[in-house]
Design a protein around this ligand. Structure first.
Ligand SMILES: NC(=O)c1ccc[n+]([C@@H]2O[C@H](COP(=O)([O-])OP(=O)(O)OC[C@H]3O[C@@H](n4cnc5c(N)ncnc54)[C@H](O)[C@@H]3O)[C@@H](O)[C@H]2O)c1
Ligand SMILES: O=c1ccn([C@@H]2O[C@H](COP(=O)(O)OP(=O)(O)O[C@H]3O[C@H](CO)[C@@H](O)[C@H](O)[C@H]3O)[C@@H](O)[C@H]2O)c(=O)[nH]1
Length: 456
């Protein structure tokens, strides 16, 4: 099938590339000329495992191309995916300006029947707004009868495992209108997704509004699990309980399950924080409060300070003359994404308290510097006390403590003796609970994890 992707970021690029790999002819459109030039010259603008090779092979096979030419892109696809960003507005609501601009672009060039798919995460009612924009644009071109149907097909991929998630979806949610155009769109979407899903066993067909809501409900549920565990972990620290044993203890109940119950430095990334806020905002717009989710968000904001608190407990609030090694900057492993990364909060707090930082991240260094320059735009001199190490162990040399923010695999089995020799004092503040407290104690470390107090 001919498919067009509007917006070639994390979701658009992965969606387009995977659909091309299944034999479709895919054109990826973006407004960002530099991004498209990079893609056309064989580069990949994001770090996502497995994506480079898949882009290269599909581009070489002639099934995947990149353009800034809106007219050509809209003409190409029988299915047009809108996969542009929906960042939070100042009041927490999802800003739909990119989605509606994409809809206008489609409306300016649309001919014949097209399926317009909202792949972006968008609040309830957006499908109707997109349809209205399309109708207006077509009326302005004197083509009021040109056909289209707007489908909601939210994306559930996780960064760092995006290709795998897209290729093996737990479910494919299709929100369609209950009219002839909607049913025609559904048939095309089913054909597109048939390779994942021969008997439609993974497809959940529903109305557009319910599909839009399902995406927020999924992220809200996962964020709730994380805040719940972070809250308990902080109590576990006080009452001498190991939250990891508790996680295993409760996870064995299939009604609870093991995943997304890891305590840490709070959830970050481009989705959970903004999607929880957006759902809370939707509720307020409708005269309701989502009190559980408001608490989820408040707990998360607080949890981003957990490492700062532990460092201050150990050294006091004046960190002048102290140096900290920091492992991991990206909001999670296997990505270079720094959006809402908890490391941003920690770095700013430590620098403001006078500390020096030597940071390591396998891939996010440039993105991190870019994000921190934005965060600290009013106090740029602070960044003079931030350096980067090429290797994790290099960061430790002469540091007063190691602080771990992101659980990259490379940090999981360090040489503890070498670590101890490099650090000025054997203190590890671990925001990801990577090590066994007893093993760290035996190796002579003071180990401050999240909800895993040292005994004795
Ligand atoms: N990142 C994720 O893991 C993830 C997963 C599921 C859903 N989502 C949702 O998918 C959407 C996209 O997220 P993302 O992380 O891929 O965003 P992103 O910022 O990485 O990419 C968006 C791209 O759209 C382009 N763009 C903006 N306006 C455009 C227009 N009018 N025409 C063409 N291109 C345009 C931008 O230049 C950018 O390259 C969001 O709604 C997000 O909530 C993201
Ligand atoms: O037990 C856990 C699991 C995750 N996290 C944190 O939660 C955040 C989000 O992690 P993850 O969900 O793995 O990454 P995302 O790429 O943000 O993916 C989420 O957001 C996407 C965008 O909507 C959805 O498509 C995915 O299904 C959803 O998992 C990260 O900061 C993680 O460190 C924890 O603290 N504890």
């Amino acid at each position: 099938m001919n498919v067009t992707i509007i917006g070639s970021g994390y979701v658009g690029l992965v969606t387009g590339t995977c659909l091309a790999d299944l034999g479709n002819h895919v054109v990826c459109l973006d407004l960002d000329q530099r991004k498209i030039d990079l893609l056309n010259s064989g580069g990949v603008p994001i770090y996502e495992p497995g994506l480079d090779a898949l882009i290269q092979s599909n581009a070489e096979a002639g099934r995947l191309s990149f353009t800034t030419d809106v007219a050509a892109a809209v003409t190409h696809g029988e299915i047009l995916f809108i996969a542009v960003g929906t960042p939070p507005d100042e009041d927490g609501s999802a800003d739909l300006k990119h989605v509606l601009a994409a809809a206008r672009s489609i409306g300016q060039h649309l001919r014949g029947f097209k399926v317009v798919v909202d792949k972006s995460t968008v609040p309830v009612g957006t499908g109707e707004k997109v349809a209205a924009v399309l109708r207006d644009a077509l009326a302005a071109r004197d083509l009021p009868d040109a056909g289209f149907s707007v489908v909601s097909n939210p994306e559930f991929l996780k960064e760092g495992a995006a290709v795998e998630d897209f290729m093996r979806p737990d479910r494919i949610v299709l929100g369609v209108d209950d009219d002839e155009a909607g049913q025609r769109a559904l048939a095309l979407m089913r054909r597109l997704y048939a390779p994942f899903n021969r008997n439609h066993e993974r497809t959940r067909v529903m109305d557009v509004r319910s599909a839009e809501f399902t995406k927020y409900a999924a992220n809200a549920m996962l964020a709730t699990r994380i805040s719940f565990m972070n809250d308990l972990a902080n109590l576990a620290d006080r009452v001498g309980v190991d939250i990891e044993l508790v996680r295993q203890g409760i996870g064995s109940d299939p009604r609870i399950g093991y995943s997304f119950l890891y305590a840490g430095t709070g959830y970050g990334g481009s989705c959970f924080p903004k999607d929880v806020q957006a759902l809370v905002h939707t509720a307020r717009e409708h005269g309701q409060r989502l009190r559980v989710l408001e608490a989820v968000e408040a707990v998360n904001e607080d949890q981003k300070q957990v490492l700062v608190r532990k460092v201050f407990d150990a050294f006091g609030p004046d960190l002048a003359g102290r140096r900290f090694a920091l492992w991991g900057l990206a909001f999670k492993p296997n990505t270079d994404d720094m959006r809402a990364a908890p490391s941003r909060v920690l770095v700013a707090a430590l620098l403001r308290a006078g500390a020096e930082i030597v940071a390591h991240d396998p891939v996010a260094r440039d993105e991190a510097l870019h994000a921190l320059r934005q965060d600290l735009a009013a106090e740029p001199a602070l960044l003079e006390r931030l350096r980067f190490a090429d290797k994790p162990m290099q960061a430790l040399e002469g540091a007063d403590a190691l602080v771990i923010v992101t659980e990259w695999k490379a940090y999981r089995s360090p040489n503890l003796a070498a670590m101890k020799a490099l650090l000025k004092q054997p203190l590890v503040v671990d925001g990801r609970n990577l090590y066994e407290p007893e093993a760290m104690q035996r190796a002579g470390f003071r180990y401050l994890a999240v909800g895993r107090p040292m005994r004795g």
